[in-house]
Design a binder for this molecule. Structure first.
Ligand code: ZN
Length: 571
C-alpha cells in the first residue's frame, strides 16, 4: 500500500468512525467501519489484508476525542454527514406525522376546544399533548377556546374552566390565547344576520319530528322559501326571547336532497330556557349549535389546522356550507380515532365519573381509582410522561389503546433519579433481632453514593411483610443490615457476607423498625393500604416523590396526625 492510498484509507475510515460514534453515542469499532468502507471503495479491496490495521489505528484515535471534537472533525471532513446525523435525530424525536399542507400557511394555528362540563379524564389529555407538540414542531399557535354554548345538556361546570387550564399547564403547555364562546354570542348573532341576508338561513317553527320526516324524505318544509326579511324579524324575536324552547330555530339552508341526511338544513340556533351558569352569559336564551359557533370561531381566529375525532366527520361537511356562503377557506382537518385506556375499572367518561363522585363511590376527581388527569397528577405522575405516551399513539383514524404501563415507564425515567429510597412495610409482622449491629444503613439512592446512607435502628425489633418471613430455620437478608435466621420467634443475626445472597440464594427484603417508625396510609388504584416506614421518611417534604423499595414509587401527599398519606404512582 503506498502512502497516497494509506492516506485515503485513513481519511475514509475516519469519516465512518466519526459518523458511527456520533450516531450511536458510543465508541466506534473496526468491524462497523470496515463494511461500508470496503463497500463504497472497491479500489481498497486488493489491499484487504492491510486495511484493518490502518482502520484500527484511526478508530483508536477517534475514540480518544470527546463528542464536540468528533463533531468538529466530521464537519471538517464531510459536512453532509453532520447534517444527516441532525436530520436523523429530528426524525427520532418527531413521532407525529406532518400536518397537511403546512407550507401553504404563514403559521400553523390550532385550537383546543374543550367543553367545560367537567374536569378532564385522561383521554382529554391527548388533544393538548398533540396540539402542544405540533405547536413546538412548527413554532405555531393555539387557542384554548371553551365551547360552552350549551347551558342545558352539556351544562358548563364553573370550576372546570380553571381546572382545564391547570391541566394544560400540568401537561407542559400554554395556550397563546384563552377565550369563552359564551362571551362571543353577539359575534355569532352578527354572523347569523349576515347569513340570513345572504339567503343562507331561515327561521323554522316546524315541530322537530315533523321536520325530521320531511327532511328524511328530501322535502323542504313550508318555511324554507320565506323571504330573508321575515326570517330576520323572527330571528331578532328569537334573540329577544319571544319564543319558548322548541318553538323556533334558525336553520342553515344547505341541500335538502343531500345524500347524507345529517347535512340537510341543519339547526344553527335554538332557544334554551335554562340560563347559562356564567353570569356574563346568563341573559342569553338564543344559543348557537356547536357546528355554527365553532365554525365561525375557527375562521375568525385564523385556525389553519383542526384535529378532531373521526365521529365528527360530518361537522366539517356541515360547516362547509356556512364557509361557502361567506366565501371562507375551510381549515385543514385531521380526523383521529378514539383512545381507550387500560388498567382502570371506572369508565373513562365525564358523566360516569361525575355520577360516581355524586354517589360517594369515588372521593373526588383526584381519587386514584378515577381515570382522570387530576388523579394521575396527585399520584406524582408527571405531565410529560402522559404527553410522551399520547404523542406515541399518533393521529391515525383507527382506535388506539393507551397502556398505563407506558405512562409508568416514562414517568419512572423522569423521577427515578430524584426519588430517594425508603422502606415501607405493609401490614408487618414483628420480630426481635438477636445479635448483630444496632442499626442498618442502606443507601439513600443506589446511584448517588454522595447522598449517603440511611440509619434504621433494629434494637427494638423489626417488622417485615408476612410473605417475607422465611420458614423456621431459614435465612433472609434484611437490606442494608445483613443476614438473619428465623429461629423460633426471632431473627438471629448470621453476618453480613453478601455471598449468602449471591451464591446461596437468600432473599433480600425490606424492613422497618418495630418502634420509632412512621405510620403510612398509601392510596392506590385498588384501595388504601396501611403500613409503617423507616424513621427517616418523617423528614421527606410533602409533594416529594420517593421509592418505597420493593413496593414502588409514591408521592408524599400530606403529613396527617395519625399517618402520612401517600399516593402510589407505579412499581
Ligand atoms: Zn319549517
Amino acid at each position: 500500500m503506498d502512502q497516497e492510498l494509506r492516506e485515503r484509507v485513513q481519511r475514509e475510515a475516519e469519516k465512518h468512525a466519526l459518523f458511527n460514534a456520533l450516531k450511536y453515542e458510543s465508541d466506534a469499532d473496526v468491524g462497523a467501519v470496515m463494511g461500508p468502507l470496503m463497500g463504497e471503495n472497491p479500489e481498497f479491496r486488493p489491499h484487504g489484508d492491510a486495511i484493518p490495521g490502518v482502520v484500527g489505528a484511526v478508530v483508536a484515535e477517534v475514540n480518544e476525542m470527546d463528542t464536540a471534537e468528533k463533531r468538529a472533525r466530521l464537519e471538517e471532513l464531510e459536512p453532509d454527514l453532520v447534517e444527516e446525523l441532525d436530520a436523523e435525530e429530528d426524525a427520532e424525536e418527531r413521532v407525529l406525522p406532518d400536518l397537511p399542507d403546512v407550507e401553504d400557511y404563514e403559521q400553523v394555528r390550532m385550537r383546543l376546544a374543550p367543553n367545560p362540563n367537567g374536569p378532564w379524564h385522561i383521554g382529554h389529555a391527548r388533544m393538548p399533548a398533540v396540539i402542544g407538540t405540533y405547536k413546538e414542531m412548527y413554532d405555531g399557535w393555539f387557542v384554548c377556546r371553551f365551547d360552552d354554548t350549551d347551558p342545558e345538556t352539556k351544562r358548563p361546570d364553573l370550576d372546570a374552566y380553571d381546572q382545564i387550564l391547570d391541566a394544560i399547564d400540568y401537561l407542559g403547555f400554554e395556550p397563546d390565547e384563552v377565550m369563552n364562546a359564551s362571551d362571543r354570542v353577539e359575534i355569532y348573532y352578527d354572523h347569523a344576520r349576515e347569513l340570513v341576508e345572504k339567503g343562507g338561513a331561515y327561521t323554522c317553527s316546524c315541530p322537530a319530528e315533523e321536520f325530521s320526516e320531511m327532511k328524511n324524505a328530501g322535502e323542504a318544509c313550508p318555511h324554507r322559501d320565506k323571504d330573508p326579511e321575515t326570517t330576520m324579524v323572527e330571528f331578532e324575536a328569537m334573540i329577544d326571547g319571544e319564543y319558548d324552547a322548541g318553538e323556533m330555530v334558525l336553520r342553515v339552508k344547505t341541500d335538502i336532497t343531500h345524500k347524507n341526511p345529517a347535512l340537510r338544513d341543519w339547526v344553527a340556533f335554538r332557544i334554551i330556557d335554562t340560563p347559562h351558569p356564567r353570569e356574563a352569559a346568563a341573559e342569553y336564551r338564543c344559543w348557537p349549535m356547536l357546528d355554527f359557533q365553532s365554525g365561525v370561531d375557527d375562521h375568525l381566529t385564523g385556525v389553519t389546522h383542526i384535529i378532531r375525532g373521526i365521529d365528527l366527520q360530518d361537522s366539517a361537511k356541515r360547516q362547509q356550507f356556512v364557509y361557502d356562503y361567506f366565501g371562507w377557506e375551510y381549515p385543514e382537518v385531521v380526523h383521529w380515532g378514539h383512545v381507550q385506556i387500560d388498567a382502570y375499572d371506572v369508565k373513562m367518561s365525564t358523566s360516569t365519573i361525575k355520577g360516581l363522585i355524586e354517589d360517594g363511590e369515588l372521593d373526588g376527581w383526584d381519587d386514584p381509582r378515577a381515570p382522570t388527569v387530576a388523579s394521575v397528577r396527585r399520584r406524582g405522575i408527571r405531565g410529560q410522561a402522559i404527553v410522551d405516551a399520547m404523542v406515541e399513539l399518533g393521529t391515525s383514524t383507527s382506535n388506539v389503546d393507551l397502556a398505563m404501563s407506558t405512562v409508568y415507564a416514562n414517568n419512572r425515567e423522569l423521577i427515578d433519579d430524584e426519588a430517594n429510597r425508603y422502606f415501607l412495610v405493609r401490614e408487618g409482622v414483628e420480630k426481635q433481632v438477636v445479635g448483630g449491629p444496632d442499626a442498618g444503613h442502606p443507601p439513600v439512592h443506589p446511584e448517588h453514593p454522595d447522598r449517603g446512607d440511611r440509619e434504621i435502628p433494629v434494637t427494638d425489633g423489626v417488622v417485615v411483610e408476612p410473605d417475607d418471613v422465611p420458614a423456621n430455620g431459614k435465612r433472609v437478608w434484611l437490606k442494608g443490615y445483613g443476614c438473619v435466621r428465623h429461629t423460633r420467634d426471632a431473627f438471629e443475626y448470621t453476618g453480613d457476607d453478601i455471598s449468602a445472597v449471591r451464591e446461596e440464594g437468600v432473599d433480600v427484603v425490606h424492613w422497618a423498625p418495630a418502634d420509632q417508625n412512621v405510620p403510612v396510609r398509601m392510596r392506590t388504584m385498588e384501595g388504601d393500604v396501611t403500613g409503617v416506614a423507616e424513621p427517616g421518611f418523617a423528614d421527606v417534604p410533602e409533594d416529594e416523590m420517593v421509592q418505597f423499595e420493593r413496593v414502588g414509587f409514591a408521592r408524599v401527599d400530606e403529613r396527617g396526625d395519625e399517618a402520612t398519606v401517600t399516593y402510589f404512582a407505579h412499581p
